[in-house]
Write a protein that binds this ligand. Structure first.
Ligand code: MN
Length: 228
């Protein structure tokens, strides 16, 4: 191919126990998917109309890498979330066919410029500048679904400087993984390589320069990093 400028590299994630990597296509996120988090944000859960937004794939930060404190904010918040990776896609996927599309699992942070999000909400503006900034999506290695057990009892957690900030079982999600996939596939044609951040429980709070974070999809995979 005769490109006019150098093409951007393919963004990919390491896979636990493999020397292969998982190429990422798109990064979707769901908002307000745990009732106690919606409550702490002064919002309510709408079971009928889930909130979706996207991050650019090059916002992903690998496990162990530093996260530079972003520009244009004084209120960087953590949101720990299970992330699913799709091995196949489609449009208008029925809920009972959706679970089979999950290729693997990771744990990630949906980093948020909360001050910019508050302004966006107040002005009915889009959330892109609050959510889709550079380095806004630290994420662990992927664990293939065939190699782990993830169910309603599986917990996600986040420690910052060894203090527990967020933890919840996945059973607290308002929209289950199959429901999220089905709903997204009615808005976008999903494809292999898509990631979905599945929402955060209560306990979101600020991160400061120097903070060390340790997130877990308990019993499956973990993520560490430092805000610099
Ligand atoms: Mn989130």
């Amino acid at each position: 191919m005769n490109y006019a400028i150098a093409p951007s590299p393919v963004v990919s994630l390491p896979i636990n126990g493999s020397d292969q990597r998982f190429p990422v296509r798109r990064v979707f996120c769901i908002g307000r998917n745990y009732a106690d988090h919606a409550r702490e944000m002064g919002a309510t859960v709408d079971k009928e109309t889930p909130i979706f937004f996207c991050k650019p794939t090059d916002a992903l930060v690998s496990d162990g890498a530093d996260v530079p404190y972003p520009q244009a904010t004084a209120d960087l918040h953590h949101e720990v979330e299970m992330v699913i990776a799709l091995g196949a896609g489609g449009s208008d996927i029925p809920v009972d066919k959706a679970a089979a599309l999950v290729w693997g699992y990771a744990i990630g942070l949906d980093l948020t410029r909360r001050d910019l999000q508050a302004i966006a909400k107040a002005k009915s503006h889009p959330w892109d500048v609050a959510k889709g900034f550079d380095h806004s999506a630290p994420i662990s290695a992927l664990v293939p679904a065939s190699q782990c057990q993830v169910n309603e009892q599986t917990r996600i957690s986040l420690r910052v400087n060894d203090t527990m900030r967020q933890q919840a079982p996945l059973g607290e999600m308002v929209h289950t993984v199959p429901e999220i996939i089905a709903a997204l596939s009615r808005l976008f044609e999903l494809k292999a390589g898509d990631l979905i951040f599945t929402g955060t429980p209560a306990g979101v709070a600020a991160l400061q320069r120097g903070d060390r974070f340790h997130a877990e999809l308990e019993g499956v995979v973990s993520l560490e990093g430092t805000v610099t």
